[in-house]
Design a protein. Structure first.
Length: 184
């Protein structure tokens, strides 16, 4: 586990191997996302609820023409553009975003797998398939899918990494502030 947290030098064999592992994980998550959506579509009817854990978890087929919680409902084209920009910017700025920290590479690729998974739905189906339904009595979390989970997990890993390993720009600002305070 400690090995996982070390830095990778840009362009090194280690970075290339890390990116290969990240691509493998992202590909696996993307296939898992699409496979589970196909199974949900084929086994469930729209709105049907199958209790898995009573008073906690159902499988239910719901479609969403928007983003999280139905935001931007009916604007699939805009969500596709946003997804394309996120994918392009993430790849273009990958080294800057990751700063060589391995967990950030994984976080970035996990998020990208989710963005691509939901974008495939928007292109292929015209809407996103959601089927994981958690609730406690009257409190209901909106249904979601594997891609949504990947985005949330990836963003969480990235933010935790930034929290525990501040970005270089923040570190530089703090060093500059310390130097100015020492001069004064």
């Amino acid at each position: 586990m400690i090995k996982l947290l070390k830095k990778s030098e840009p362009g090194s064999a280690g970075e290339k191997k890390l990116i290969a592992w990240c691509l493998f994980l992202a590909g696996f998550l993307l296939i898992l996302d699409q496979a589970t959506k196909i199974i949900a579509e084929n086994r469930l009817t729209l709105g049907e609820r199958i209790p898995i854990i009573p008073d906690f978890f159902n499988l239910t087929l719901i479609t969403n023409k928007g983003a999280a919680w139905g935001i931007l409902h009916g604007y699939a084209w805009l969500l596709l553009i946003i997804g394309a920009v996120v994918i392009g910017a993430s790849i273009f700025f990958m080294r800057w975003l990751t700063e060589g920290w391995q967990e950030r590479y994984f976080a970035l690729f996990i998020v990208l797998s989710g963005v691509i998974g939901n974008s495939i739905d928007r292109i292929w189906r015209g809407e996103v398939i959601d089927f994981l339904d958690f609730y406690i009595k009257s409190w209901h979390w909106p249904a979601f899918n594997v891609a949504d989970s990947a985005i949330c997990v990836g963003v969480t890993i990235f933010f935790l990494s930034v929290f525990f390993r501040p970005l270089k720009t923040i570190q530089k600002q703090n060093k500059t502030k310390d130097i100015i305070e020492n001069i004064s």
